[in-house]
Design a protein around this ligand. Structure first.
Ligand SMILES: [Zn+2]
Length: 322
């Protein structure tokens, strides 16, 4: 039995459009990343004006952290789009952060806030948040955040899995269609070109335009495509089913590469709930091997948009070696 202790930390989740910041209170064993209880005590959202440069973004973050008037905290954890190096605290660059190149983000934020600071890939920290939020579920997990792209994080033995070059677990850039659609990453046929929320809307819009079906309506979100599919729209149904099949394909690959207890689906597409989950599970059951029942439970994320803040704050509590 561990003594119950209270720790606070600030979690920062830098997105291409907005940056979410939260003061998170953890209650439980500080040596374990799995928490009995946590609460986001205060939160705010500020615009990410990336084209003003990283120093201006850091100034905005520092001002926002100060405005939280936090009580004593363990430090600040920052999730940022990658590729990046958690060990060096450097963001190499990201399509979502125009003009950023080899930015020493960790040290910039530490200097401005005078707080110990750690950084990691935003999707890795969202996965860590989900891990903290479900102490009674199987430990090893992969989170796939289905949004503008597909951000993924892998937790093995209670730690973010980084790999030798610190950019492991880019399941969104695993190739599901050799020679397929070009991806901004430079490859062709990446999962995120078929199964991200943006891809689903884009593919539906294009196919609908080419279709002579006059009932086709403009859509804004992947959840709209799901609603159309559920109501019998043939084009929407094909696009949605394709996305779910590709996701299930990668779930099989994850099963064999990682053998996690859970694969969780989050992000904008998960707003479709059971209409997403049941399709992915159905395709997974059809695609998976038959020689052993070592299948992950495929489920929906619990924390949604809060996962990144919680995971970032938890990293600040536990230290960068996690
Ligand atoms: Zn790619």
């Amino acid at each position: 039995m561990f003594p119950m202790t209270v720790h606070r930390a600030v979690g920062v989740d830098i997105g291409g459009t907005d940056t979410k910041i939260g003061l998170v209170r953890f209650e439980g064993d500080s040596d374990s990343l799995r928490c009995a209880k946590f609460e986001i005590e205060t939160r705010l959202k500020i615009p990410t004006v990336a084209d003003r440069g990283p120093e201006a973004v850091v100034d905005d973050i520092a001002a926002a952290v100060a405005s939280l008037k936090p009580p004593p905290i363990m430090g600040i954890g920052v999730g940022c789009p990658g590729p990046l190096s958690p060990s060096r605290g450097v963001v190499f660059g990201s399509p979502n952060l125009a003009g950023w190149r080899d930015v020493p983000l960790r040290d910039l934020i530490a200097e401005r806030t005078h707080q110990p600071t750690v950084i990691d890939n935003d999707a890795n920290l969202a996965a860590l948040g989900e891990y903290c939020a479900s102490p009674d579920s199987p430990g090893d997990l992969v989170l796939m955040t289905l949004g503008t792209g597909i951000g993924t994080g892998t937790i093995i033995d209670g730690r973010v899995f980084h790999g030798q070059f610190e950019n492991a677990s880019e399941w969104g850039h695993t190739i599901v269609q050799p020679g397929g659609l070009p991806c901004p990453c430079g490859q062709c046929g990446c999962l995120e070109q078929y199964a991200s929320a943006t891809a689903v809307v884009g593919r539906y819009t294009q196919l609908a335009r080419d279709s002579d079906d006059s009932s086709v309506r403009p859509t804004v979100t992947a959840a709209d495509v799901a609603r159309l599919a559920a109501s019998g729209d043939k084009v929407a149904g094909e696009v949605w089913d394709d996305a779910c099949r590709f996701l299930a394909t990668v779930c099989v690959n994850i099963q064999h590469a990682v053998n996690p207890g859970r694969v969780l689906l989050g992000g904008g597409m998960s707003a479709a709930g059971a209409f997403l989950l049941s399709r992915v599970v159905r395709h997974f059951d059809a695609l998976r091997w038959r020689v052993h029942d070592d299948f992950p439970v495929i489920g929906l994320s619990r924390l949604g948009n809060d996962a990144g803040i919680v995971g970032a704050a938890r990293l600040a509590v536990s230290g960068a070696d996690h």
